[in-house]
Structures are given as C-alpha cells and as structure tokens.
Design a protein around this ligand. Sequence first.
Ligand code: TRP
Length: 448
Amino acid sequence: MTERVLTGITTSGTPHLGNYVGAIRPAIAASEEPGVESFFFLADYHALIKCDEPARIERSRLEIAATWLAAGLDTSRVTFYRQSDIVEIPELTWLLTCVTAKGLMNRSHAYKAAADANLMSGDDVDAGITMGLFSYPILMAADILMFNAHRVPVGRDQVQHIEMARDIAQRFNHLFGLGRELFVLPEANIDERVAMLPGLDGRKMSKSYDNTIPLFEGGAKGLREAIARVVTDSRLPGEPKDADASQLVAIFDAFASDAERASLRADLKSGLGWGDAKQRVAERIERDLGPMRARYADLMAHPERIEETLIEGAIKARAVAAPLLRELREAVGLRRMVAVGAPLSASIVASTTASATLTVGATVKAKAALPVFKQYRETDGRFYFKLAAADGRLLLQSAAFDAGRDAGQWVARLKSDGAAALAGAPVQRGEGVSVQDVADALAVLAAA
Ligand code: TRP
C-alpha cells in the first residue's frame, strides 16, 4: 500500500532557513522514498488568519512556491498545490466544524496563548481573537483528512493540531462511517534531528521571534551577514569552546556531514575563533543554497510558470478530493433528491462546467453536447488523437505515435483518469486553451 505524506506551509512570510531545514528539505526527501505518495501545499487560507495585508499574502505565496520548486521538488511525482484552489477544503471544513466540540478548540495552544496574553494584559479574554484563529485546527484537519494522509511531517509546535485532526476524524467516522473508515487517522511525523533549528538568539528560528536567517533574500552576502549576527559566547580566539552549547554549531549541523561536524567541533575545542567559525558555517551553507538560489531567481522572474504548475497541481489534488467529498456529503445526508444526469455530478469536479444545464422536472436531466476525442492517421503514416470541445474548438492535440494502440491507450487513460492523466501525457493544448478548460472537458466526459 502506498503511504500518503502531506504537509503545508503557511504563506505569510518570506522563507527562512528554518522553513527549509525543518519542512521543505525533509518533505522532499520523504517524497523520494519508494511507496510514498506526497501532497505538499501552500496553506494560504491559514495565512489569512495571521495576515490582513493582501500584498504580503500575494508575495509570500509566490516566494514559498518558488522555494519548493527551487529546492528540487519533482512535481511529476508529488501533488503540489495551493490550499485555496481546492474548493473542497472549505466545504469539508464545515462538515468537520459541525462535529467538533467547542471544548476541544478551547484547548488549542494557538488560541490559548492569545487568550492568556489578553488576560495578562487585563483585556477581555477574547480581544482581537477571530473565529479563524479559534477554529484554525479544524481547517488544518480538513487539509489533512481531505487527502486521507497517513503521515504529516511537522514541527513540534504542530503536533497538537495533528492530534486534534485525529480526534475529529474519529468522531466523524463514528457518527457517519457506518462501520467504514471514511477518514484515515493521521500521525504526526517529527524528525528529531531537524525538528527545531535555532535562530540567531538560540530560540526556535521563527518569524515571530524575529531571529531568522533568510533563505535566499539578500544573496550569499545576506547569508554571510545573517550568520555573523548569530549570538555566541564571549570566548576569545585561542580559548577552547563548547560546540554543543552553540546555536551556530546547531545551524551548521543541519547542513554538514558527520565528518564536517566532527572537524568543526575539534577545531572549536582547540581554540578556533567564533569569527572564523562563522565564515566556515556560511561557506558550508552557501554550498547547498547557491545552486538553489539561482533556480529561485529564475522562477521568481517567471511567475506564469509557477502559476501553471500550481494549477496542474490543483487539478491532480481535486481529482482526489472531489470523489471523497461526494462520499462525505452522501454520508451526512446531503443527497440529491432525484437521480441526476451525469454532467451535473461532473460539475462537482469542474465547478465551471458551463455546458451542464439543469432542467427541473420529475427527473433532472442534463442537456449537454459532449467534448470528443478523435483518433486518426496522418499522411505521414503516424497516429494521432485530439480532443475537441463540444463547440468544435481544439482543446488537445497529441504528439505522433508509431502505433495506433499507443494513441488509443492515452485516450483511454485521459477518459478514465481525467485531468490526473494530463501530467506526462504527450499532448499540447490548443491556442488560448487553459489547463482548466481541458480539465473541465475531461470531467464532463468521465462522468458521461
Ligand atoms: N499550521 C501549519 C503551520 O503553521 C501549516 C499547515 C496548515 C499544515 N495546514 C497543514 C501543516 C496541514 C501540515 C498539515 O506550520
């Protein structure tokens, strides 16, 4: 059985070394293990809870997406998407909200910390606390349960949220599963070695402590300057130093091999100055980050490539989310009152299926001209197929195949798997045709 791994990063800031070491790098490594199916996403709905500056949200989404891609994420292997592109997630959030005890949310650390701070300062306990913050763990549960993830790599501060997701899933299974497990119970996955990268001051590297080292911003020079600001003790060059008590060394460790770690420790013990040690740390980190920074700059200069990648990811993600949500709606009793024609249910997958029209009557009937696949042979003797919209517009054109059977197999796959089969298919879109147009047409066909 494949194991599903899922994680998200809140898009409210500029990526720092802690995001890379603690989340992105281990997640990419996990996605390369055999038998693992990965879902990685930009938690941009979560970002709205913390941030009401649209320009910052916009910028952070772009930067964090570019960071994942620059760090080597292979989007043909993993499903990489924006939370806010998956319309099924807010809908699932509501279904979960209706089974979540308010008392459970009262215990959420994020909410409690804000409430405690209010009490300390003599304010009303709920001053400045939004419902978004209060029910943040339910949205997070929806992120995880929507894809039936088994394993969720997160920092230690997020473990409580995964436990809440399990509680909520259990409750939902119990109420509506009729003995079936509608939801998998997820497990938090913390890599002890990387779970907490210290920041400049030794506390967890976090934007909220203002102690971060930027990942790409400021270039190699910015990195060197940030490392120079890491707090060390006042021992002078020549004096032996305790490597294990130093956050500079902990930061180094996150990048170094065993041999490199041992050698820095030995040199500090025999008196290496902090200034020289910092230079060595900066050089070591730059060796990893330099090539990524170049890819990052290239991606940031081409937001349209990132957008396209994310739309493709959303299509793959929704191909998983939509069928599960359909099942959940059934389970809770949100059912059609009559049998419906196919294109109507297809509109659950493709919310913009304009061709589906509904006529009210004893039966609900969808009147829709369907898109068509055509397979043919050209005068060059080779085999092709194309997908035309109901109105004749060219949606997809295949490459040439030597065997008609191969063309036929792709058509069959596109028909049965819909948009999920698009990644890797030897096809080009027609002029002015978006990935979404194609996905909509395939969804209509799959349901017909
Ligand atoms: N709350 C997480 C954080 O701030 C981000 C996140 C949102 C997440 N949804 C998730 C992480 C689902 C793992 C799984 O770090």
